[in-house]
Design a protein around this ligand. Structure first.
Ligand code: PLP
Length: 295
């Protein structure tokens, strides 16, 4: 069984019917050259992506990830993806992976080659890092200013906030800054004083019995893991809410988590150097749910 699977995808229009989808997918060796130097994804980060987990042979939350891929494409004015084609690519990749273990499956839709006629698309699956220890131990976090107001998406749509674009250099810079400050991760805050998200995760707070997360105003990515966990919390009788969350509430929360598709839920144990109460059993319950097959 392979450790990676890479498929080049020849995008077909969103409304194409009666296409032999299998013939639009070509498996390639991940170590062999596959992209042209004129690719706008590599030159400008001009494209969108999704990362979803495959757990013991099950692709998690495929529908929500594909819906977000389409939404990101719309925000970036890329051709709308044909979701049946992407589903076929995911199914093919999953079928060739071992049926035990955790995998990160990345979907990329790029604007393509400069002056080229069509977008470029591919899927790459590789073994996920082992996050079991950090899920138990939690993370130390610092808050960092993201440099714009929490409602920036409304007046500056060209920032493409709310789209999962390939331009993650600033997110990676924020993680390096966190490490320089002796922490593991970051919670971005807006210039007008609200909690936003992590560079690769959504933020969930608990005050008493109520779980909250920043309202998906378009300035942050609406996380598939957060939505799935909120469904689970609601189904098990717990209160959840979306709202604008002032930064000060991070300090008064009874518990804080960062959640994302592959690392899943990690508890925050320190915030800007101060300790945060952390319930390992509650985090374990979240991860038991998140590790179960979800659609
Ligand atoms: N916010 C940002 C900026 C992200 O990059 C991610 C995931 O990579 C998330 C939130 C969490 O999204 P999801 O739960 O769908 O992985």
């Amino acid at each position: 069984m392979p450790e990676t699977v890479t498929l080049l995808i020849e995008p077909v229009p969103a409304d194409a019917r009666d296409v032999d989808l299998a013939s639009t997918l070509r498996e390639v060796d991940a170590a062999a050259p596959a992209l042209r130097v004129g690719e706008l994804s590599t030159q400008r980060g001009d494209g969108v992506f999704e990362t979803l987990a495959v757990i013991d042979g099950h692709a998690q939350e495929t529908g929500p990830h594909l819906d977000r891929l389409r939404n990101s494409a719309v925000i970036c004015e890329l051709p709308e993806p044909n979701l049946a084609q992407w589903r076929a690519a995911i199914d093919r990749a999953v079928a060739s992976l071992p049926d035990r273990g955790q995998w990160a499956l990345k979907l990329v839709l790029s604007r393509g080659v400069e002056h080229g006629p069509a977008p470029t698309a591919w899927l790459h699956a590789s073994r996920a890092a082992d996050f079991s220890a950090v899920r138990e131990r939690g993370v130390a976090v610092v808050t960092l200013d993201r440099g714009y107001a929490h409602d920036a998406a409304e007046h500056a749509p060209w920032l493409l906030l709310g789209a999962k674009t390939l331009s993650y250099a600033t997110n990676m810079a924020a993680l390096r800054e966190a490490r320089r400050r002796g922490a593991d991760d970051t919670i971005f805050v807006s210039s007008d004083g609200y909690v936003m998200e992590g560079p690769t995760s959504s933020v969930i707070l608990r005050h008493g019995d109520v779980f909250s997360t920043p309202a998906p105003s378009g300035a942050i990515l609406h996380g598939t893991t957060q939505q799935s966990l909120f469904e689970h919390l609601a189904a098990t009788g717990r209160a959840t809410e979306y709202r604008d969350i002032p930064i000060a509430e991070l300090g008064t929360a009874d518990a804080l988590w960062l959640v994302s598709s592959v690392r899943l839920a990690v508890g925050v144990t320190r915030l800007d150097g101060a300790s945060v109460s952390y319930d390992a059993a509650e985090t374990r319950e979240f991860n038991d749910y998140l590790l179960s097959p979800r659609d």
